[in-house]
Design a protein around this ligand. Structure first.
Ligand SMILES: CC(C)(COP(=O)(O)OP(=O)(O)OC[C@H]1O[C@@H](n2cnc3c(N)ncnc32)[C@H](O)[C@@H]1OP(=O)(O)O)[C@@H](O)C(=O)NCCC(=O)NCCS
Length: 166
């Protein structure tokens, strides 16, 4: 078994396998449909796939947000059930953060469990000044360059595909 998954940008040919992975990782097709809608809308800023021995084992999407600075929304992220809790999700996220930093993005927002996302530096405090339908303890943000975001307030919104899930 490979010690480290290989991480690569998503390619169009992977779409069916990614759908299968998302269907296996989540209880409903909501996330699989969401990723397809994001692609259709042109709202995938970056999507990474993780492979072990050439088999797809993980996937993460970053989509552009409407925000006062250059911000991405992280998610969905998924690891194939049999390979969860072996570091693959963390590697996908860390690689995504590094790639987004290199590409000049200012911030990443994520909606999720603070116990999981805190380990990457995401903080609810950092997101607290922003108006967003998801504002609250599960909305977290991370500044990619330096310790502070370029702004402290204003409204932030995920891509329309997320809005339509509500
Ligand atoms: C959440 C997910 C992407 C994490 O990827 P992973 O490869 O399993 O996680 P890692 O091995 O990198 O990290 C494992 C750690 O995360 C924790 N963890 C895993 N899933 C978690 C969750 N849903 N909530 C909180 N903590 C979680 C584990 O307890 C473990 O913590 P530890 O290191 O302190 O023991 C993966 O478990 C998954 O696909 N889950 C189902 C889909 C999902 O819920 N996605 C997230 C919402 S978009």
């Amino acid at each position: 078994m490979a010690a480290f998954p290989r991480i690569a940008l998503e390619t169009p040919a992977l779409a069916p396998e990614i759908r299968s992975l998302l269907l296996a990782a989540f209880p409903t097709p909501v996330e699989a449909d969401l990723v397809e809608r994001l692609r259709r809308d042109g709202d995938v800023a970056m999507a990474l796939a993780a492979f072990e021995n050439d088999a797809l084992v993980g996937h993460v999407v970053f989509s552009p947000m409407a925000a006062p600075f250059k911000a991405l929304g992280l998610g969905p992220v998924a690891v194939t059930p049999k390979r969860q809790r072996s570091g693959i999700g963390s590697q996908l996220i860390r690689q995504g953060l590094a790639t987004a930093t290199d590409a000049g993005w200012d911030a990443i927002f994520v909606l999720g469990d603070p116990a999981y996302y805190g380990r990457f530096g995401f903080r609810a405090d950092t997101a607290a000044g922003f108006e967003c339908p998801y504002a609250g303890p599960y909305l977290m943000a991370l500044a990619l360059s330096g310790n502070e975001l370029p702004g402290r307030g204003g409204s932030v919104a995920y891509a329309p595909a997320f809005r339509d899930l509500e």
